[in-house]
Structure formats: structure tokens, C-alpha cells
Design a protein around this ligand. Structure first.
Ligand SMILES: *Cc1c(COP(=O)(O)O)cnc(C)c1O
Length: 377
């Protein structure tokens, strides 16, 4: 029987006991497992996890415990991280640009599915066993996401049809994939892609084995919980309508929406200037807060003083991170309670995705520590 050290109750209990000076990422495994189970119950297809959102071993092993067995990876290092958490995990290598050495690494670990968006990259996959799936990635000019991924990867529909025919000619299992962008709230973004996927398959004269509808599902940023089920329903009916009779199996690959809720980032006020108008935190955009720069203000911020939550009126602040770089600033600042003081902890909820995974050690700062807790509140 395995015994483990009891987890601290919640972040506030841990902070009260240890008063840490460096930023800490608090992770509640129960919250993550709950989200992963909900995704699998609600989504009519295979749920995989996009590792880039958070590749920490604690995250991967808890996803495995909750039944996730297929992972979207972009690099050999991510393949190793996944296999360390789950030796028999199924790997989907969905970075469409790969060096020859990376292709070899993917073959060595037995990648089951590869995505491509041009002929030169497809030609590099000639040594891949023909039992593998090749998913052609296409892109549409889509609105509805906080930012669009189509500007980097994705063939046009005509190119995709051409590639799909080539995938079949080479003897691979043919599929299509797309990614509508991240923090996407509009179900129609997926629906337009699904409709187009059916058109591409018809144009190519290819019956798709699978359709990978990407990630992009929004996380709760404190401005209302996103309705993933409504999106799943829209996707499901778009698949039925567009592929009538020749429906591919469907898979999704959430990153952000899978892990965001499971973590809270505790940062600390190091110093204040100009009567508190300017606040210096021990973490910033080079550490655990780059997503605030890209996604805008979060509605999930609260402040803990020595005696508990601060409750003063929200006051706009200019907020700098700890490094000596003047770019290290939250572009929109933050409203913080009027009674916020040096030594207080500024807590950022919903920070499981694109936070610790993007944290650098620039200037000797950054988020290094993860503490597991029973609950986040
Ligand atoms: C980043 C990425 C994802 C996950 O995106 P989220 O917005 O975090 O859900 C899924 N698939 C691919 C191919 C990606 O690059």
C-alpha cells in the first residue's frame, strides 16, 4: 500500500505556513481529473491532450489517471515527457515542420499520427510505417479565437485536397485536422472547419479515417464559464450533416481548457511606489504571466494579506515583474484592493495553461516550484 504525505488543504493554508518569497504554482490534481473526466463524458469522440499547454510530470500523470491515453506532442522532448508518465501512451505528432532528426525520433517512439501541411514535409515522412495516420492540416480565415493559429500552419483547402490524395497514394491512413485558434468561444468556428473538411474530402475523393478538430476551447478567465457542451453539440451535428454516410471518427486535443482551472499561481508584492500606484511583483511576463500579456486582463485575481483576503476597493495599478527589463510589465496593469501591501500574495486563478510551461529563468526569476494541494479555494 502506498502512503503519501498529506497534501496541504489549499494555497492559502500553504502560504500562511511557509510565507514563500518565490512564485509558486499550486496544482489541484482532483480538479484536473474532474475536468478530464468531464471532457471524455461530454465529447462524442476521442479526447487527447495538447502537451504544450503544460508538460509537467504531475499534470501528465494525473491526466493518465483520469483516462487520457493519447497526447498531442510537438517535439521529441514532449514525446519523452509523455512516455515517462505513461509508457504505452499513443502519440500524435502535430507539429507540421520537422527536421529529419525529429522525424527519426518520432519513428523510433512509434508515433501513431502525423500532421502535414505541405508536400515537402510529407516527403520527409517516407520512412514512416504505412500503418500510421497522416492528417492534413488546413486553415481557414477564422474569427472567434483570441488569436488565430492559421497564420502559421495549414494548407488552403485546394492544397489540402491535393495532399490528401498524395497521403493515400503513399499508403498512409488519411485524415484531416485543423486548429481554430486558442480561447475560442464561437462554436461556428469549428462548424465552418468541419463543413470545409467534408468539402476537401469530397474534392480529393478520399474517405477520411478521422477528423481532428483541434483544441482551442476557452478556459474560464473570470468573465463567465464557457459552454463546451454547446460547442461539442455544434461540432457533432456539423459532422453528421456534412459527412452524411461517411462520417470519420472525431478527436479533439484541448490544451488550455483541460488544465487552466487546475492551477493557481501565487505571486508576491515585492515593492510599491508612487503611493501604491506602481506595484512590483516577484513574477511577470518572463515567468508565469505571459498569457496575461496575450489574452488580456484576468478576472480571477485576488490578494491575500497576513490576516486573509484583502477587501479594499479595486484600484488600478501599474504592475511590473521582477526582472530589470522594462518590458517586464503587465500591459493592462491590474486592479488590486486599496489595502494591498508589500509582502501580500497576489493570486492568479486559472493558470494551469501556458504559464509554467512558458516560464523562463530570465534574470534569475521565474516559476520553479509546483505544490500539489487538495483544493484551490
Ligand atoms: C496548441 C495546440 C493545441 C491546444 O490548443 P489550446 O488552445 O490550448 O486548446 C491543440 N492542437 C495543436 C495542434 C496545437 O498546436
Amino acid at each position: 500500500m502506498q502512503h503519501s504525505i498529506p497534501l496541504p488543504l489549499n494555497p492559502a493554508a500553504f502560504l500562511a505556513q511557509h510565507r514563500p518569497d518565490a512564485p509558486i504554482m499550486f496544482f489541484a490534481p482532483a480538479v484536473l481529473q474532474d475536468t478530464a473526466r468531464r471532457f471524455q463524458a461530454d465529447f462524442d469522440g476521442l479526447v487527447t491532450y495538447a502537451v504544450k499547454a503544460n508538460d509537467r510530470p504531475e499534470i501528465l500523470s494525473n491526466l493518465v489517471a483520469a483516462g487520457i491515453s493519447t497526447f498531442d506532442v510537438a517535439s521529441p522532448a514532449e514525446m519523452r515527457a509523455v512516455r515517462a508518465a505513461c509508457p504505452q501512451a499513443v502519440l500524435h505528432y502535430n507539429n507540421p515542420i520537422r527536421s529529419i532528426a525529429e522525424v527519426e525520433a518520432g519513428i523510433d517512439v512509434g508515433v501513431a499520427s502525423w500532421s502535414v501541411d505541405d508536400h515537402a514535409e510529407l516527403a520527409k515522412l517516407d520512412a514512416v510505417p504505412r500503418t500510421a495516420e497522416i492528417a492534413v492540416r488546413f486553415a481557414l480565415p477564422v474569427t472567434g479565437a483570441a488569436y488565430d493559429f492559421g497564420s502559421k500552419f495549414g494548407a488552403t483547402p485546394d492544397q489540402a485536397a491535393d495532399l490528401l490524395r498524395r497521403v493515400v497514394a503513399m499508403g498512409f491512413v488519411p485524415s484531416l485536422c485543423f486548429h481554430p485558434g486558442t480561447q475560442c468561444n464561437d462554436p461556428q468556428a469549428w462548424a465552418s472547419y468541419v463543413t470545409e473538411a467534408a468539402r476537401i474530402a469530397a474534392l480529393a475523393g478520399v474517405r477520411l479515417a478521422r477528423l481532428n478538430i483541434g483544441g482551442g476551447f476557452a478556459a474560464n478567465r473570470g468573465f463567465g464559464a464557457p459552454d463546451h457542451r454547446a460547442i461539442f453539440t455544434t461540432i457533432n451535428s456539423a459532422v453528421k450533416r456534412s459527412f452524411a454516410g461517411a462520417e470519420p471518427r472525431v478527436l479533439c486535443e484541448p490544451g488550455r481548457a483541460m488544465v487552466a482551472d487546475a492551477c493557481v499561481l501565487a505571486t508576491r508584492v515585492k515593492g510599491m511606489r508612487s503611493g501604491g500606484e506602481v506595484v512590483f511583483l516577484n513574477d511577470g511576463i518572463y515567468g508565469g504571466l505571459p498569457d496575461l500579456r496575450d489574452m488580456g486582463l484576468s478576472g480571477l485575481v485576488h490578494v491575500l494579506g497576513p490576516a486573509g483576503p484583502r477587501s479594499g476597493a479595486a484600484t488600478p495599478r501599474i504592475v511590473f515583474g521582477p526582472t530589470c527589463d522594462s518590458l517586464d510589465r503587465l500591459p493592462d496593469g491590474l486592479p488590486l484592493p486599496a489595502d494591498t501591501a508589500v509582502g501580500d500574495y497576489v493570486m492568479f486563478g486559472g493558470m494551469g495553461a501556458y504559464s509554467i510551461a512558458m516560464s523562463t529563468g530570465f534574470n534569475g526569476y521565474g516559476v520553479g516550484q509546483v505544490e500539489m494541494v487538495c483544493a484551490l479555494v
